[in-house]
Design a protein around this ligand. Structure first.
Ligand code: 5AD
Ligand code: FES
Length: 362
């Protein structure tokens, strides 16, 4: 274990090394892995948590991923689309409370009226916060032109999870008209346009194995990814995948997600890694445990309670009955209680992106 961790520190780990780390099960070895990753986190990105207030502004989705609760074929969902002034109110609130940056997320659409709407919101957010509030987008696969328009309108980070780097597994999780190659291409286009690029995978999917997760980590490394968002797969009862048996129980998926965070921190070092809401859906202390395993970003929900229970991607999504200000107070106490501080009023870009940019200039 110590030899493998040392190789990770030196950057000369092997595929088998990463497989070993993700496979440890004893309490002692797991704790050793998580502690090492936490030390790397403190050294590379400090014992600091960056906040991104997330606004889930619409659950209307034109895609039909087999695992997702807001897929277009789920007729039990009451669809909503927030008004521009509601989005701006949330953004203003986040800015006033020192959140530093927000994420706009919605179901996937690419029609022109939607693209225009997002662009309009971006310009307005930049105007009311004098360009000071950072904006990340998480709006799925779009064209080069759309990504470019939104970048020009002020968005500077983009999250697009690959879901898995294993093409055949990807194809099992999605209908035939969802393209793995296009999704990968989108990550390249986003980087070309100038975004800080985030991606990630679900952990504990039916048909996924440890080899596939090692491939995921290597994909992040090879593609120079700036930000990672990963979480355990959680069944949503009204999706086609709900009937599939899983290899791992819920606790095992949670533990594996923490190990993935730790291995990503050991391998990727200076990237931003989110402790995602899916962790908290399984364990009330899930996000704190994610931070202690090497994550450095938390994304508190800013959406109004009336919309939250309609944005169920998976079962048991937490905090659907708390408003944004309750969320903020509870989160601050939780972060302080694990010996970390919050990076208020900063965008909290990943040092990896800054280095990548600097190396492009010279
Ligand atoms: N379990 C866990 N994560 C899910 N997501 C969607 N459905 C589920 C689920 N059932 C994640 C996907 C997507 C992100 C917005 O939410 O990774 O990219
Ligand atoms: Fe909406 Fe997958 S179901 S993007």
């Amino acid at each position: 274990m110590h030899t493998i961790i040392k190789r990770c520190h030196q950057g000369n780990y092997t595929f088998e090394d990463l497989k070993y780390l993700l496979s440890v099960t004893s309490e002692e070895q797991t704790q050793l892995l998580l502690n090492e990753a936490y030390q790397v986190k403190c050294a590379e990105v400090k014992p600091i948590v960056n906040l991104r207030g997330i606004i889930e502004f619409s659950n209307i989705c034109h895609k039909d991923c087999h695992y997702c609760g807001i897929r277009k074929s789920n007729e039990f969902v009451t669809r909503f689309f927030m008004q521009k002034d509601e989005i701006l109110e949330s953004a203003k609130w986040a800015f006033k409370k020192g959140y530093g940056s927000i994420v706009l997320q919605s179901g996937e659409r690419c029609d022109l009226s939607y693209v225009d709407f997002v662009e309009d919101c971006l310009y307005a957010i930049k105007e009311i916060t004098k360009g000071k509030l950072g904006v990340t987008l998480s709006l799925g696969e779009q064209t080069y032109q759309t990504y470019n328009r939104w970048f020009k309108a002020g968005a500077h980070r983009y999250l697009l999870r690959l879901e898995t780097s294993n093409e055949s597994l990807y194809n099992q999780l999605h209908p035939d008209d969802h393209s793995f190659l296009n999704r990968k291409k989108c990550l390249d286009v986003l980087r070309k346009v100038g975004y800080q690029v985030g991606t990630g995978v679900m952990i504990g999917l039916p048909g996924q194995n440890i080899d596939s997760l090692v491939q995921d980590v290597l994909f992040f490394k090879d593609n120079d990814i700036d930000m990672i968002g990963m979480g355990p797969y959680i069944k949503h009862p009204d999706t086609p995948m709900a009937s599939l048996d899983l290899n791992l129980d819920v606790q095992q998926r949670f533990d594996l997600a923490l190990k993935m965070i730790a291995v990503c921190r050991l391998v990727l070092r200076d990237v931003n890694i989110a402790a995602t809401t899916a962790l908290q859906a399984i364990d009330a202390m899930g996000r704190e445990k994610g931070i202690k395993a090497g994550a450095n970003v938390i994304m508190p929900n800013l959406s109004d309670i009336k919309y939250r229970d309609k944005y169920y991607l998976y079962a048991g999504k937490p905090c659907t009955d708390e408003n944004a200000s309750q969320c903020r107070d509870c989160l601050e106490n939780r972060i302080l209680s694990i010996g970390e501080t919050i990076n208020y009023n900063h965008w909290g870009d990943s040092p990896h992106f800054k280095k990548r940019q600097a190396s492009c200039l010279y």
